[in-house]
Design a protein around this ligand. Structure first.
Ligand code: PMP
Ligand code: GLN
Length: 378
């Protein structure tokens, strides 16, 4: 029977994690922490289970969680969302993104993504019958090129996807870039999906430029956050979408027939845990230390460090080490030196290869040191 996604295979993250296991490699490929979460969060969820929060929650999410998320967004970004009509709890950002796209993209609508982009975006657009329009970020510096974005806009453009802090590059959008985007979209009715799952990993004292800070963007945006990244629990798959009430209403029509609800005890536990802002306010310092440890270990090696101002990813230029493609290099690296990385070409539509690979440094210091010892042999 005809495939709905003929070009899609197994994701690069699954492939590289399997190769890492096969070669007993240090896995700096797929993005996930190799350390535990705060025991207080586990206690909070287990108390929720023991207190009997084990049946379906409301379709839109546990009210206490939506309320504390609304308060957090207001405190951090100065935008008040209505917890009842503008915030929805989802089964991870992955479900949030698919549901946004299914709820607003009709067959034939064009959707602009900025390459390199997270691997689920384009298949999601295709599943909705939309037409993905890939606009490259600037090579190696990964900045938005507003001339190119403007040139890609047509009367059929329905939605634009942005991601800051950015996976895979680790770059973050500046206030000026957000302002430029706001100006560019002002005369249009294009919707915006702002993937902000790494919102609490912005370094060097910079602030996260959430779309919700910009009234002209917030009025047309679905802002996606994920607790998996923030609290070191990527396997829990709980996230939120904040969007103006009319967009949220359409989103929920799809959400209710997609997952209907998200597991109750995690939501109740997270609502309690989120009352204390310290865990997410301390996250930039926590990851900045890991970034600096990893970067210091590569300083002076033939892997050229690219800037990393956010996320838990560090990209390096491999051109001084090899003439091989990114994918070949990653295959060799895992087999010969026992370190897994991700080729950036996996995030581009046309396999564009700029000899850059991505390492994830959300790892115990000892894991990073073990990887660095191997990488310094290059
Ligand atoms: N967007 C980006 C940019 C991501 O890096 C990820 C996780 N790797 C997701 C979305 C999906 O997040 P979740 O695990 O909450 O589904
Ligand atoms: N988002 C993670 C990454 O970029 C992986 C998630 C996944 O395996 N789909 O590495």
């Amino acid at each position: 029977f005809p495939s709905r996604l003929p070009h899609v295979g197994t994701t690069i993250f699954t492939v590289m994690s399997a190769l890492a296991a096969e070669h007993k490699a240090v896995n700096l490929g797929q993005g996930f922490p190799d350390f535990g979460c705060d025991p207080a969060l586990i206690d909070s969820v287990s108390r929720a289970m023991q207190a009997g929060h084990n049946q379906y929650p409301p379709m839109t999410g546990v009210p206490a969680l939506r309320e504390v998320v609304a308060q957090k967004i207001e405190a951090l970004y100065g935008k008040r969302y209505d917890a009842n009509s503008e915030i929805t709890v989802t089964a991870g950002a992955t479900q949030a993104i698919l549901t946004v796209i299914l709820s607003c993209v009709s067959p034939g609508d064009e959707v602009i993504v900025l390459d390199p982009c997270y691997d689920s975006y384009v298949p999601n657009i295709e599943l909705a019958g939309g037409v993905p329009v890939r606009v490259p970020l600037t090579p190696k510096t990964f900045r938005p090129d507003f001339g190119k974005i403007a040139a890609a806009i047509t009367s059929k453009t329905r939605l634009l996807l942005i991601n800051t802090p950015h996976n895979p590059s680790g770059t973050t959008w500046t206030a000026q870039e957000m302002q430029q985007l706001q100006d560019l979209l002002a005369p249009t009715n294009i919707l915006l999906l702002a993937d902000e799952v790494y919102e609490h990993m912005v370094f060097d004292g910079e602030r996260h430029e959430s779309a919700s800070r910009y009234p002209g963007l917030a009025a047309r945006a679905y802002v996606v956050s994920s607790f998996g990244k923030t609290f070191h629990v990527t396997g829990w798959k709980v996230a939120t979408v904040a969007a103006p009430a009319p967009l949220t209403a359409e989103f929920r029509k799809v959400h209710q027939f997609n997952v209907f609800t998200v597991n109750t005890p995690m939501q109740v536990g997270l609502a309690e845990y989120l009352k204390d802002p310290a865990p997410y306010l301390n996250l930039p310092a926590f990851y900045q230390k890991k970034r600096d440890l990893f970067r210091a270990g590569l300083e002076g090696s033939r892997l050229k460090l690219l800037p990393s101002s956010g996320t838990y990813f560090q990209c390096v230029d491999i051109s001084a080490v090899t003439d091989a493609s990114e994918a070949e290099f990653c295959q060799q690296l895992v087999k010969d030196l026992g370190v897994a990385a991700i080729p950036l070409s996996a995030f581009y539509g046309n396999g564009f290869d700029q000899q850059v690979v991505r390492f994830c440094y959300a790892k115990k210091d000892e894991t990073l040191l073990a990887a660095l010892e191997r990488l310094r042999k290059l």
